[in-house]
Design a protein around this ligand. Structure first.
Ligand SMILES: Nc1ncnc2c1ncn2[C@@H]1O[C@H](COP(=O)(O)OP(=O)(O)OP(=O)(O)O)[C@@H](O)[C@H]1O
Length: 593
């Protein structure tokens, strides 16, 4: 039997709830295991202890209500004045408790957020997850880069806020129930359909019924909020991404007068935000119809409910006020769920997003590599039976065998789109759609794409990237060597790297910087993907000559559409030829799939 649809939905909801709780627990344990995480637990206990002090202060305040109003009822000015002093002391203690607890709670947040952010970054960078993770519009993993900073903050904030409140609430609940039980030792009697009904301690029973009905209504009305909040964050992040992309490509946009087109893209994304926002505010409005009056009356209702006890003469005015405030505290504590609905929705949505990001990033490392990687002991790069495909599974290239000795140079050229860059991505180990065997010789390898990458930081850091920078004098010499000799270059280079304004350098100048990087990092193997395409032929030749003479033992694999003069003796892999290609070297046979 497959079960009724209703039961199935309930089962699915229960399963979802369980997996959310598991995710919250696993992220919390990650926070605790990090540096200073255990001290965080100690701090949480201190916050809990302070919260228990707050419960005691609340009990004092409930008693104060009785004493103060009794004094008023009796026109006892001296007692009333004394109670004003008492309330001052309680307020002072309560404010101190609140400030210290909040401060310690924030100390926990600093520790745990740091751990969670580090853990996310570790997964983001390890196995190049930032490259592999599918983050397009239809992916459930939206804008993970933005999530790392935002979700880690929200998760820790809600966890240390709401979960500690939950524990405090549970203690408070038992205390207030016990107090109300003691205070409301009188029954309420009425007739229902001709039958006399007497309910002892009726105020204690009324509170949970009142809150249960209210919580049920809140959940029913507010349930769609969770999904709408997730969609809203997704769309906001999409718009931020589109805006950041314009900043990144501002030169192309400005040159192509793309303002209107860009404006349309942003407008479309903003429209999607508005669409969901409308649903969100409608739903918040519906929820508010209930929660707003609830918040406003929650402090009055107890008085109305305790009123019959006053009329029946069970309590005096002071007792009524004491009952009212005890009932209010019980209802407020029970209402924790209602007051925290939005934040709880955020906590669960954030936990789900963060955990699924971490799971997906971890899964990347677990997938076996489609390439059989070996370490070659003979200082040769050895590729055997390598097939490179596109993501749809269509063959792009097939290399039966290619051996490159250290210090050798290979030039690969062929038509656009044939798969040259994809071949380099395969050799770097990031392209998953391939198979074959690759033996890499030991030593450093450097892959440089056509578009130079200038990381944010000092010029020395940019040149030495990804290694640690050398001394500034060496850097200055290297910059001169690659032809950036003009005095104005110094300031431009500083702005390009330190301020991230790489558009201040011409394409050729940026590529000269990349040549300086090869000279600074001195790799054993260099893979260049049209990395000199913006230079004029003469400059290109000079730079290749510089590379070959400075790094005579380095193997060069160069993808270029024009002959890399200056590279010295090189072998050519000509992918223009559509038939299997015989190259003079016996070891090198290239065929197009
Ligand atoms: N990340 C990717 N996702 C989907 N398809 C891709 C991806 N990268 C490359 N391709 C496809 O693989 C094919 C080969 O692309 P590749 O960039 O390797 O060509 P190329 O020979 O280097 O071209 P060019 O000389 O124009 O740079 C192209 O059809 C391209 O659309």
């Amino acid at each position: 039997m497959s079960g009724s649809p209703c039961r199935k939905t309930r089962k699915a909801k229960k399963h979802k709830m369980n997996s959310t709780l598991k995710r919250i627990a696993s992220l919390t344990s990650l926070c605790i295991k990090g540096p200073g995480g255990k001290i965080g637990i100690l701090y949480c206990f201190i916050v809990l202890a302070l919260n228990l002090v707050e419960i005691q202060l609340t009990l004092k305040m409930i008693t104060w209500n009785k004493d103060f109003f009794s004094a008023l009822e009796k026109y006892d000015a001296q007692a009333a004045l004394w109670q004003i002093g008492v309330v001052g002391v309680i307020t002072l203690a309560s404010a101190s408790q609140y400030l210290i607890a909040t401060y310690i709670r924030q100390l926990v947040q600093i520790r745990w957020r740091t751990t969670l952010t580090q853990a996310s970054l570790e997964r983001w960078f390890s196995n190049k997850a930032y490259w592999h993770l599918n983050t397009d519009e239809n992916s459930p993993l939206d804008n993970p880069d933005q999530r790392i900073s935002e979700d880690c903050r929200i998760f820790v904030d809600r966890l240390t806020g709401k979960v500690l409140d939950l524990f405090t609430g549970l203690v408070g609940l038992t205390t207030y129930i016990a107090l109300l039980w003691k205070l409301s030792a009188f029954p309420i009697a009425f007739t229902l359909f001709g039958t006399p009904v007497v309910i002892e301690h009726y105020l204690v029973w009324t509170a949970p019924i009142y809150v249960l009905i209210s919580s049920g209504l809140t959940h029913w009305m507010g349930a769609p909020l969770m999904k709408l909040n997730v969609i809203q964050q997704h769309r906001e992040a999409d718009m931020r991404f589109a805006l950041a992309r314009i900043r990144e490509s501002k030169e192309a946009v400005a040159l192509e007068n793309g303002e209107e087109a860009e404006r349309n893209i942003i407008d479309r994304r903003y429209k999607r935000i508005l669409e969901n926002w409308r649903h969100l505010i409608n739903r918040e409005f519906i929820l508010g119809i209930f929660t707003r009056p609830y918040f406003m009356t929650v402090l009055r209702i107890p008085l109305f409910l305790a009123f019959p006890a006053y009329l029946m003469g069970y309590v005096a005015l002071g007792g009524l006020m004491q009952l009212g405030s005890a009932f209010t505290r019980l209802v407020t504590t029970l209402s924790w769920f209602i007051f925290s609905y939005k934040e709880l929705a955020e906590l669960s949505a954030t936990a789900n997003r963060l955990a699924s990001f971490m799971q997906q990033a971890e899964a990347i490392g677990k997938e076996p590599s489609p390439i059989e990687w070996n370490r070659s002991a003979d200082k040769q790069l050895h590729i055997r039976d390598l097939t490179v495909r596109d993501p749809a599974g269509e063959n792009l290239l097939h290399l039966p065998e290619l051996i490159v000795k250290s210090g050798e140079a290979v030039w690969i050229d062929g038509p656009s789109g044939i798969g040259k860059s994809t071949l380099l991505k395969t050799l770097s180990g990031i392209w998953p759609h391939c198979e074959g065997q690759v033996s890499l010789p030991p030593g450093k390898t450097l892959f440089l794409p056509q578009k130079a990458y200038l990381p944010l930081g000092s010029l020395a850091e940019c040149i030495a990237y990804p290694d640690k920078p050398e001394n500034p004098e060496t850097i200055r010499e290297l910059i001169k060597k690659v032809g950036l000799t003009c005095p104005r270059h110094e300031e431009q280079l500083r702005q390009a790297t330190e301020l991230g304004s790489d558009y201040r350098l011409s394409g050729g100048e940026q590529q000269r910087l990349m040549v300086a990087r090869i000279l600074a990092t001195r790799p054993e193997w260099v893979f260049l993907d049209e990395a000199t395409s913006s230079l004029d032929a003469e400059a290109e030749e000079q730079l290749y000559r510089l590379l070959r003479t400075s790094l005579p033992d380095t193997g060069f694999i160069v993808i270029a559409h024009r002959e890399p003069k200056g590279l010295g003796n090189y072998r050519r892999i000509d992918l223009w030829n559509r038939k299997p290609l015989e190259i003079p070297n016996e070891n090198l046979r290239v065929a197009l799939a």
